[in-house]
Every structure is written in structure tokens, then in C-alpha cells.
Design a protein around this ligand. Sequence first.
Ligand code: FPP
Length: 244
Amino acid sequence: MTSPTHVAIIMDGNGRWAKSRGLPRVAGHRAGVEALRNLVRAMPDFGISVLTVYAFSSENWSRPKSEVTDLMGLLKLFIRRDLAELHRNGVRVRIIGDRATLQPDIGGLLEEAENLTRENTNLTLVIAFNYGSRDEIVRAARKLAEAAVRGEILPQQIEMDDITRSLDTADIPDPDLVIRTSGELRLSNFLLWQAAYSELVFVPCYWPDFGSDHLAEALRDYAGRERRFGGLSPEEAVAPAIVR
Ligand code: FPP
């Protein structure tokens, strides 16, 4: 199997990483940003075209206000500090998630990052921020319903592709591989539509400890998988069918 085009990561375990060191949770998130920075710098070694990271979920608003403020602040800091380097390295930044409910200054920064890096082709870094898959699907359904009300599409004409094109990820290929750190075994409302046939790899270490070696191991695991997309393996496909 070839290497994946698109790897998506649920960066989990920042809080537990901090707790295990007797540090406040924000220290875990800061270390998480550092781990992300290092991984993006190492991406040219891996031949991956798209890296998506889950930075803030639409459910994360229910965390204490101070932690929400810390996470917003870290995103702003990340964009301000790292944008020039990302641009220099040919990284195209894309943001998915609901922008409408974000503070205008954050919305502006996200737009600036996307506009500046729009033409870059070395790597697409997709940051899922204020993102929830169900929310994204609801927003896509609304867009299609509005198009139907305007008479631009008939309800019976709506196909899977129309939904795919109405999602925040419209022009981004589906993830081939989804990695989750910290040993939790779930998708937590991340890319539910897009990950229908993704391979899943769960890594026990906390996100701040995740590095190139862990990614290389996840890619080896992926390389050993057989992707069938609901079909048969090549051997089974050519074997004579058993007629009962
Ligand atoms: C999960 O750890 C992680 C998050 C909710 C946020 C991930 C965010 C970062 C890595 C930093 C922000 C990223 C950018 C791009 C600025 P958790 O807090 O749920 O950990 P726990 O399960 O151990 O409590």
C-alpha cells in the first residue's frame, strides 16, 4: 500500500500530560502546540499532502471559561508566530469549522492565514477549529435546503456528492488515515462523513509526546492495512463465486 495522501489527527491528552507533571492544563495545550509545530516541520520527510488537526471542537465550549480563553489565545499566538514560517515552507493553511460564532479578531486572523498561503502547494495544513462533524453536516444540509428554496436544485436530485461539496472540506480529499493519541478509542465528532473509509490508528501516548517516530509507526501500521472501501480484496474479487 502506498503512503496516505491525507492524515488527520485527533490531538488528545494535553490535560493528562500536564496533570502527570503537576502542571496546569494550559501547559499541556502549550506543549501540544509545540508538538504540532515540530510535526509540521517534519512533514516533508513523509510525503503527505494534507494534514488535518482537531484543535478545538464545537463541544469544547463547555470547558471552563479560562481554558476556552487559553485555547483561543493559543490559536491566535500560533497564527501570529508561525504564519510567516508556514508560508516560507510552502504550507497552505485551511480552517474548517463554524466561523460565524468566533470572535471577529480570530475570524480575521484565520482569513489572513488562508489568504496569504492560498497558492502554496507543499502541504495543506487543515486546522479544525470550532469544528464538529454533526454541526458541519447540519450547515451543509441548510445550504442545500436554501438552494432548493431558491429553485437551484430539486430535493430528489440531491446526491452524496452534493453533500460532500457543501461541507467545509469541499475541496479536500477524504482522510486516508485518522490517528488519535492518548489511548481513547473514538472519533468524537471528527470528520464523520469524510472518514467513512479511513483507516484508524490509536496511539497510547499523550499528544505533547507525539513526534515523527510515532507518525512513522502509524504509517507502517497503515501500510499493512488492506483498504477495500466496501468491496472485496483483489484475491477474493477474482476467485470463482460459490453458487449455492
Ligand atoms: C485534547 O486534549 C486537546 C484539545 C482539546 C485541544 C488541542 C489543542 C492543541 C494541541 C493546541 C491548540 C492548537 C492550535 C493549532 C493552536 P484534552 O485537553 O482533551 O486532554 P485530556 O483528555 O487529557 O484532558
